[in-house]
Design a protein around this ligand. Sequence first.
Ligand code: ADP
Ligand code: MG
Length: 401
Amino acid sequence: MSTLIEDFENKSESEMDIENENSIEKFEHMGLKKTVLRGIFAYGYEEPSQIQKKAIPVFLSGKDIIAQAQSGTGKTATFSISILQLIDESIKGVQAIILSPTRELSEQIYTVIRGLAFYTKIRFALILGGQSRFEQINEIRDGAQCVICTPGRLNDFLQNSCVDVSKVKHIVIDEADELLTNAFIHQVKNIVEIVPNQAQICLFSATLPKFCYNISEKFLVDPIKICVKKEQLTLEGIKQYYIITHDDKQKYDAITDLYESMIINQLIIYCNTKQRVMYLADNLTRDGHTCTCIHSDLTTNERMNVMSKFRKGDSRVLISTDLLSRGIDVQQVSLVINYDIPRNIESYIHRIGRSGRFGRKGIALNFILELDRETMRRLEQFYCTQIEELPANVDTIFNQI
Ligand code: ADP
Ligand code: MG
């Protein structure tokens, strides 16, 4: 972890060659097709966010991109709108690939991009492990022009020649720092190597430590870097607090107290391991507190059910591992609890970024053991932010969100 912090800090802005000029202030001035523009407005977006103002014009110019902007600022629509604009509807076959690290995130991207594409005739395919290959292959053969996928299943299809990628012009790598780590890098590399050389490659994430720049330089050509300063990374609308707890029992008591005192819409509780997620969920259920949980040991169907209940608001408390720390957008989530403080510095910002989406207010609450104080101090320093002790008048604080 420390090397990541150092790497990030050692990279000066000039080295990063940041594109901060040339933003376009209105969707109407971006030269978008009528169908795409109508889709954006019908979806409820009126004005582009900062990252959209800056990155859509660059994306449309065809250049490779490394884009970093804080959570909840609309990166999904940035690449979705660009891709909808760039796909040639008259040509059948896969022209764009959007990669993300989890099935939940791919499903979310699929929903967003199809929503924005409502007035176009663009065809999509969602390619995920754990689901029927047959249907997915059919979707592709039926002329899907944009494929949204996790890298594993796509690689599998590529190896078995189930997908023709000879017409691919654009690849988006969402949560790029995650997809460039050991767990995924080989699969991502395979995909990048197999598509035509001149395909445009665009990386997006809220966190892009230096190792990403190094790796990405190997397969991006003169990328334009669009960045936000690190101090702007912690989201303005999210207040961060901590509670000192002496042991696990106190953590548990604090959670059950919160259950009793809170009128929170929806919240996510993060634990560091799936065993801890299950243990907490079992205990809460046993004590009559409703909650659902998600982690990688659940089956595909179970994961889909949990997410769909949570998105609909049928369940209000979701307990999760870092499986769901990235990207997931449920606007009603106003509170994130780190039942365990994350072990990885990037996870912190991804986890707390599940609240306070698109400028809404949110609260992050960290349960800290004595031995976590140092980690917390490092987080504060790294993100140039303050985590305050939760005051006694919790009600007034929670009433603000
Ligand atoms: P990120 O990937 O940057 O963390 P998302 O793409 O998930 O963020 O977007 C966060 C939220 O902001 C979503 O609910 C999305 O619908 C909303 N959003 C994105 N762009 C706009 C816009 N231009 N106007 C209004 N809401 C937007
Ligand atoms: Mg995102």
